[in-house]
Design a protein around this ligand. Sequence first.
Ligand code: C2E
Ligand code: MG
Ligand code: MG
Ligand code: MG
Length: 281
Amino acid sequence: RAKSDGRNTARFFDPAMQAVAEHQAALERALHDALSTRQFVLFCQPQFSAAGQLVGAEVLVRWRRANGELLGPDAFIGLAESSGMIVPLGQYVLEESCRALARWRTDCTLGKLELAVNVSAQQLRNDDLASSMAGILRQTGAPAEKLCLELTESVFAENVAAVIERMHALCSLGVHFSLDDFGTGYSSLAYLKRFPLTALKIDRSFVHDVHLDADATSIVEAIIALAHKLKLDIVAEGVEHEAQRAFLVDSGCNTLQGYLLGRPMPMRDFERLYSGAGTGG
Ligand code: C2E
Ligand code: MG
Ligand code: MG
Ligand code: MG
């Protein structure tokens, strides 16, 4: 972002700033059309138990632009949030994920897996998520108990009572919740007991240094101890090195996800790789 030199008018004539604004406006127009032209693609990243068994996958959206460029969520989720597009986009991701779960039912490996889907605070706030979720489950025939909705701590900045009520409505459909990027946001420990959660995901910033830095080690050990006291599972994201994996497993982490174990890949590739594969080979 261009810095103002103190005169209010300066920024209107700053070509760099204007270029950024034009780029953002073009991106927002393109984002608007991307849903109807089916440019969003779902990637899956495998998740493994501490013992090394495939137990599920996280769904991560990508934007395949008309020019062939593949954009990661960091390039457009913010814009989708500010433009309100996140609600229909999130709905699309849920639909496609539930179609996959329904498709996988009869497969001896895929049929056992859980899918974790990121849900933004806005979806939980603006949309009647429970009734649209009920509709998606009915239409797709997906097994609800295999669907885990990942929330971030940003939902706790809102009307907490309303959030809890909506979460319970969704739980009564059979889906469950995990708390993503734990430790990076409004992590009021008091909230943890009030929200119907089944798991905490330790943010990858803590996992990154867990085998190197004494503070990161202590934080991760404390999070795992807290989670287990509250009868929550622990998922570690961003596991890149064997030393991190070994430490996390020794510390009692239940589920692991990261480049060491598997990269995000197009959902079709994930299905081909793991379908019917008794041992994942
Ligand atoms: P997240 O939910 O925390 O997802 C994990 C991110 O970490 C993913 O980035 C994944 O590719 C990346 N990652 C996984 N393993 C490793 C690793 O070993 N090392 C490193 N450095 N990174 C790893 P991605 O796909 O770029 O997604 C970024 C964020 O975008 C996600 O963070 C999530 O918050 C958001 N997002 C993705 N898909 C959706 C969606 O459908 N809806 C919403 N609302 N948000 C989404
Ligand atoms: Mg996530
Ligand atoms: Mg995460
Ligand atoms: Mg994260």
